[in-house]
Design a protein around this ligand. Structure first.
Ligand code: GAR
Length: 202
């Protein structure tokens, strides 16, 4: 039975596209949810014939109430793994608890360096020579949970935020589907902060 994945987006959705393009019998995207009605990612989901849902934070009185509604919608679709793909919101503790060890995030830096919403810009401002991409399990703290996959990307002297982000995204588009497949194959074991990738049984 294939892993039912719920993808949360806020923006252009190139990672969503990579996840869709790489889908095999191991996983399927059951629903794409956005907090932004104009996210281009929603167009990609619709083009792929997927169920989409937009919930607006402004329609809820608290962050917890909003996150509860998102979690309810994911559970209604029997989602077993939640993937944050450019989802620019911090999840409440209650949401993380409901999907404990079943939420992945992709972040455009080599965590724990450069957490937060402007990682690529921050790398350039800091003058770092190497950055990269990280897929990690989401816990209660921002960009903090156990690291599943990580890959480095060199920073070039003439990089702009756009050129560097583009090279990072090229890596992300390989890394994220690979991490979801590993999860679907039951090959990710988490002990404290350490993640072990189990060998391929097949
Ligand atoms: C990706 O680079 C992702 O790593 C980043 O947003 C981009 C979304 O692109 N996420 C964060 O910065 C989270 N802190 P996409 O919408 O084209 O997939």
């Amino acid at each position: 039975m294939s892993l039912r994945v719920g993808v949360l987006v806020s923006g252009s959705g190139t990672n969503l596209q990579a996840i869709l393009d790489a889908a095999t019998s191991v996983y399927e995207v059951a629903i794409v949810m956005s907090n932004k009605p104009d996210a281009f990612a929603l167009k990609r989901a619709e083009a792929a014939g997927l169920k989409t849902l937009v919930l607006l934070p402004a329609d809820f009185s608290t962050r917890e109430a909003f996150d509860d509604a998102v979690a309810d919608a994911l559970e209604a679709e029997r989602v077993a793994l939640v993937c944050l793909a450019g989802y620019m919101r911090i999840l409440s503790a209650g949401f993380v608890k409901r999907f404990e060890n079943r939420i992945l995030n992709i972040h455009p830096s080599l965590l724990p360096a450069f957490v937060g919403g402007h990682a690529v810009r921050d790398v350039l401002e800091w003058g770092a020579r190497v950055t990269g991409s990280t897929v990690h399990i989401v816990d209660d703290e921002l960009d903090h949970g156990p690291i599943v996959l990580q890959e480095a990307v060199d920073v070039f002297p003439d990089d702009t935020e756009e050129t560097l982000h583009e090279r990072i995204k090229a890596v992300e588009h390989r890394l994220y589907p690979a991490a979801i497949r590993l999860f679907g194959e039951g090959r990710i074991r988490v002990e404290g902060r350490r993640v072990t990738i189990l060998p391929d049984a097949g």
